[in-house]
Ligand binder design. Structure first.
Ligand code: NAP
Length: 455
């Protein structure tokens, strides 16, 4: 894929970039390694000051960064502004908490003095997706840099200006040269980078094929990976739920980022007793959404990020419909304008074996399933190869406990939509990946947990 900014709202190519040559990549790896030797010695307070400065820069230039995101991948500018603010918050969170998360942990042994120390690993590669082009990077970078590692960013090829802007933020914040570098390269260069002995570990957020490919390459080199992959999150609504809140939140949970979120609610599993009403209200609310220019603050839904995402999503919808799924609203691209726009869509009566019954839909398409009771709801929620998040709505305590215990996912949110929060770990099980980002667990992924025994 060419490295370029192509406006998804118009199809216009704004700017193209040359990929780094192998020699240029190797120079940057050497620079990262040299930077690590010095940077690992910097006191934690100093790293925290730089990270707080990064937060200030994010907030100070918030609108410019937001517009860059909107221009490159089409999210609404109001959601892009919120994303920049969230990045500032994760920087401050780790600046304030890293010392405590990484403090020595004493252990009683036969030594006179023994403890666990968290030491940095070195150069960490981050392969990142375009859907939250700032947030995905900052949630990796903030803990990794606080722990004393240095970062290399291989961002998605359609968001090069975001990638360069993040490098610029880190430089302006004061991090020494080489501590955080953007590598403008395609996916074909990831193996070269992971094979290099200076790179100690890698994290990837993206699709299953990309995750498999990175993990296989890293496995051959015995290097640790964290993988945050796809999801087909269930959204269960039981009879005791506050229906209006459940429907309003369902719309946000599915349509956020034009449906291009790994933790978007994708499968709506509703008990029969309230399903007609849930369906009626959801159709009404989806039809009221404003689809259009993402730079307009009034817009609810911008375009999909690339033409191929639009094509793939429409293919999934058409194949499911051809197999018998019913299209309640939407079900097609917006044909009266350029750009990758797709109408907010709901499918129901989804037949077993159709794409809608088992694939991730990465766009504004809600899949509605009816079940008899909580047993069927949990069974359906778990009937997926993914296990990222789950949202469930009930006001019955026993049901709540069962949902928390029995749903197979990295997160369960009761009476709310799944969201990432620096204070809670984030990640999946099954084919959604492994490892965790955010909170204390996130900062512990890329450290050497060193046991120290002194007599
Ligand atoms: P993608 O194609 O996998 O791209 C993600 C990143 O991986 C990009 O930087 C891409 O580079 C790179 N990449 C692609 N193929 C690769 C390979 N074979 N080896 C190494 N790197 C490779 O993913 P996407 O389609 O942009 O994103 C959608 C998927 O990501 C969805 O499944 C979604 O659920 C998942 N996602 C998960 C999370 C999470 O936290 N769990 C968050 C966001 C998205 P190029 O752009 O150069 O190809």
């Amino acid at each position: 894929m060419a490295i370029a900014t192509i406006n998804p709202a118009t199809g216009e190519t704004i700017k193209t970039f040359n990929a780094l040559t192998d020699a240029e990549v190797l120079l940057k790896l050497e620079k990262a390694q040299q930077a690590f030797v010095q940077y690992r010695q910097t006191p934690m307070e100093q790293r925290g000051e730089w990270l707080k400065k990064a937060a200030d820069i994010l907030e100070g230039d918030r609108d410019r960064f937001a517009k860059t995101m909107t221009l490159e991948m089409g999210k609404t500018v109001k959601s892009a502004i919120a994303e920049v603010e969230k990045c500032a918050s994760v920087c401050r969170y780790y600046a304030e908490n890293a010392a405590q998360f990484l403090a020595d942990v004493p252990a009683q042994t036969d030594a006179s003095h023994s403890f666990v120390r968290y030491a940095p690993l070195g150069v960490i590669l981050a392969v990142m997706p375009w859907n939250f082009p700032f947030w995905q990077v900052f949630r990796f970078a903030a803990p990794a840099l606080m722990a004393g590692n240095v970062g290399l960013l291989k961002h998605a090829s359609n968001v090069p200006q975001c990638a360069l802007a993040i490098e610029e933020i880190m430089q302006r914040a004061g991090f020494p040269d080489g501590v955080f570098q953007t590598l403008l390269v395609g996916a074909d260069k990831v193996e070269l980078i992971i094979n290099d002995e200076r790179v100690k570990a890698a994290t990837l957020t993206g699709s299953e094929p990309a995750g498999m490919s990175l993990a296989a390459a890293a496995g051959k080199q015995i290097k640790k990976t964290v993988l945050e992959l796809g999801g087909s999150d269930p959204y269960i609504v039981l009879e005791s739920a506050d229906l209006e809140a459940a429907v309003s939140t369902a719309v946000t949970a599915r349509m956020i980022n034009t449906g291009q979120s790994c933790i978007a609610a994708k499968r709506f599993i509703v008990v029969e007793a309230i399903a007609d009403e849930f369906e009626r209200r959801m159709v009404e609310k989806l039809q009221a959404l404003k689809v259009g220019d993402p730079m307009n603050p009034e817009t609810d839904l911008g375009p999909l990020a690339t033409p191929s995402i639009l094509k793939d999503l429409d293919k999934q919808v058409q194949e499911s419909a051809a197999m018998g799924a019913k299209v309640l609203t939407g079900g097609k691209p917006l044909s009266d304008r350029a750009g990758n726009f797709y109408l907010p869509t709901i499918l129901t009566d989804i037949p077993e074996g159709s794409p809608a019954s088992h694939e991730e839909f990465f766009g504004p398409v809600a899949l509605l399933f009816r079940v008899a009771d909580i047993d069927e709801a949990i069974a359906m929620a778990n009937n997926t190869s993914f296990g990222l998040g789950a949202s469930a709505w009930t006001n019955v305590e026993e049901e709540r406990d069962r949902l928390i215990n029995e749903i197979e996912a990295g997160a369960v949110f009761i009476n709310g939509m799944v969201k990432s929060d620096p204070r809670l770990p984030f990640g999946g099980i099954k084919r959604s990946g492994y490892g965790r980002e955010l909170s204390i667990q996130g900062i512990h992924e890329f450290v050497n947990v060193k046991s120290v025994w002194v007599k």
